[in-house]
Design a protein around this ligand. Sequence first.
Ligand code: NAD
Length: 478
Amino acid sequence: MATYPVTVNSDTHFFTDVCKNFDYAAQFTKHDAGLLDQIKSCNSVYRFRFPIRRGNGFEVIDGWRVEHSHHQSPTKGGIRYSEMVNEDEVMALAALMTYKCAVVNVPFGGAKGGIKINPKHYSMVELENITRRYTVELAKKNFIGPSIDVPAPDYGSGEREMSWIADTYATMNPGQLDALGCVTGKPIALQGIAGRREATGRGVALAVRECVSVAEDMQKIGLAPGISGKKVIVQGLGNVGYHSAKFLAEFGAVIVGLCEFEGAVYHPDGLDAEAVWQHRQITGSILGYPGARQEFQNLAEGLEQPCDILVPAALENQITIANVGRIQARIIAEGANGPTTPEAEEIFYKNGGIIIPDMYANAGGVTVSYFEWLKNLSHVAFGRMSRRFEENTNSNLVNMVEGITGVSLTPTQRAHIIKGASELELVNSGLEDTMIAAYHQIRETWKGSRGIDTLRTAAFVKAIDNVAMSYQNLGIWP
Ligand code: NAD
């Protein structure tokens, strides 16, 4: 969890934007208009207020939980802690969760929560009180539970808040064996899962790597295929942005720019994201980082510097018709939800770019949350039952091959071959498989015969088809 912005765009048209994208994509499908309407609407919007004690007085807190679609159970989505959160935003984010889960074949409906506070302005005890009371409000109306609705972290929340939610829910449901499956993104010590913290950023990096690997598409936008040496600017050095930068650099990309709400730093030869993050932790600002060649106090300028790929990983409405013309990147990979407005997207594609849409690009988090939820229901860590067995089997195989061939492996080679998979390795492998498979499914839809013009529309079409099929199979009752 990172520090918080002083300025964010609070326009309340995010849900309308999501619906606009949906309606546009729906034209490429053949579903009944009524069914499309059902898929698009938010099924349940729960808005509530509760008091907390502050100093000698009280303060009233606004909260929301929106369950967008019940075509699968449970519903799933993070809780945003932000003073700018509003009902429109939570509805939009809940809808995106439905489409996101459908695109990566995660069997959940979409949901999202919001608490209208700036967490920076509250003590840890106050934050705990707010989080626990929020959980009680959800429980009172049956808006939380391992088979009902499963929250996760989002902007402004992290493992600590998820622990409080899990503990509150478990306390209210004594003896419920699966109680800890009521929330994901928990610390490992509280039945979280290895790899969840970095999953969204890792997923963004995998999405980018997959996109730039397609030579035909890269040729059209004037880039050489392959991730190696691609210049990247990342906006937001929080959970998603930091890990996106880290894994993109590991894959061979060069992080040339990093933007936070206080400004941006840039170096055409590359920045060390970890060192910039450390600098910000110590000084409280990204500015003044000694390894930067340029810095910008006007944070918008940071996005407009030369690069191949821009990863917005902060908040929505960051790339609009006002600035899209100045963006130099050829690819926008949406780490954040809703960072590009529909109007800006149209211009960006016209200018010869590609946008890897949020509902796919940042789906790594919910994918690994799904693995965590499975772990919670099965009450056993992945790999625990099989790791040693795999190692023994592999060891026997290596012994046999060595015996037949008369060639002995070095200890390093042997260790590498016989090793059984750890939970982290299984999670990362499941995530990689999901991101690669989903990219090519979306791309096939994009390039198929329906005349679809963007990756986002293709992702929406895939999601709509998937959700429509669930509804058709379920039927309508009574
Ligand atoms: P976070 O709170 O960890 O980090 C967000 C960062 O963005 C903070 O460091 C903040 O200072 C910075 N920021 C805010 N406004 C900015 C601006 N205008 N310019 C530059 N930086 C700015 O939040 P997060 O969990 O990384 O979430 C970021 C985005 O990713 C959100 O849109 C969220 O919905 C989305 N997302 C998060 C997850 C997840 O697993 N955490 C999963 C999917 C999508």
